[in-house]
Design a protein around this ligand. Structure first.
Ligand SMILES: CC(C)(COP(=O)(O)OP(=O)(O)OC[C@H]1O[C@@H](n2cnc3c(N)ncnc32)[C@H](O)[C@@H]1OP(=O)(O)O)[C@@H](O)C(=O)NCCC(=O)NCCS
Length: 228
């Protein structure tokens, strides 16, 4: 397991295509590929205005080519959504919440624990940097990948089920954005739970399990003040 380097460029683009599936042609026509990004900035870099991204890769053999990828980034959509809360809120979001943007393993080496290993390394890195919640987007109806995340401690939010947390200075509320994906959420040093709200439910932080160090950073909400 290591941070991706410029030499991984072609492997990163192949693994990105696998991770994005049907999204790939659309996304690649709009954005720079991960291979190009890593060629320019390396496998770990600052993202403006706040936060850091890292591409973790697993190698086929020691010193060999990359066959597994976990690419974690600051929560761009959430940060744009909370732009009105100002720079302090953006900085808190970038520090405490992260997204798994891409996760993939080459088909011929699946089922050997490589996906679990790259995800675990990305989570350890995020937690060491103060991240408390990591989220992934899973295509609606992709029950196999949902089960895979669930077995690795993720809670799968229902379609448009909100995630609520009280962060320093503001309340965070987000959902999947209703764009064909569902959120998979995991607490790092905190655990998440599903709570009832009227006829519906939401996902939030379980207060009794909050690590003392995390408590100062991420407080649980009793109940959201307004319905989504
Ligand atoms: C999801 C994915 C990253 C998992 O990678 P992986 O290296 O196969 O993961 P692991 O080996 O750690 O775990 C694989 C699981 O499938 C089982 N498995 C067994 N043989 C397998 C095989 N040939 N292929 C896939 N999975 C297999 C494993 O036993 C394990 O089961 P578990 O969940 O009960 O532990 C990989 O399947 C993938 O790249 N899928 C396509 C892209 C994708 O869907 N990405 C996620 C987008 S959000």
């Amino acid at each position: 397991m290591r941070t991706a380097s410029r030499e991984d460029s072609n492997d990163l683009d192949r693994l990105s295509d696998i991770a994005m599936g049907e999204r790939s042609s659309l996304a690649q026509s709009q954005d720079e590929t991960l291979g190009a990004i890593v060629s320019r900035f390396g496998g770990e870099f600052s993202v403006k205005p706040f936060g850091r991204a890292r591409a973790v890769v697993a190698e086929r053999e020691a010193g060999g080519r990359a066959c597994g990828l976990a690419y974690v980034v600051p929560p761009g959509r959430l940060m744009r959504h909370h732009a009105a809360q100002g720079r302090a809120a953006q900085s808190v979001l970038a520090r405490m919440i992260a997204e798994i943007d891409l996760l993939a393993v080459d088909a011929d080496v699946r089922g050997r624990g490589i996906g679990t290993a790259v995800l675990g390394e990305a989570e350890r890195w995020l937690e060491s940097r103060g991240c408390r919640v990591v989220m992934a987007k899973v295509a609606r109806g992709d029950y196999e990948v949902m089960r895979w995340y669930r077995r690795r401690g993720y809670l799968i939010a229902a379609q448009q089920e909100p995630f609520w947390a009280s962060l320093p200075g503001f309340d965070l509320r987000c959902d999947d954005g209703n764009d064909g994906y569902q959120l998979a959420l995991k607490g790092l040093g905190v655990s998440l739970r599903r709570a009832r709200m009227g006829a519906g439910t939401y996902v939030t932080v379980r207060s009794s399990r909050v690590h003392p160090q995390a408590r100062a950073l991420l407080h649980t909400k009793a109940e959201p003040a307004v319905s989504p």
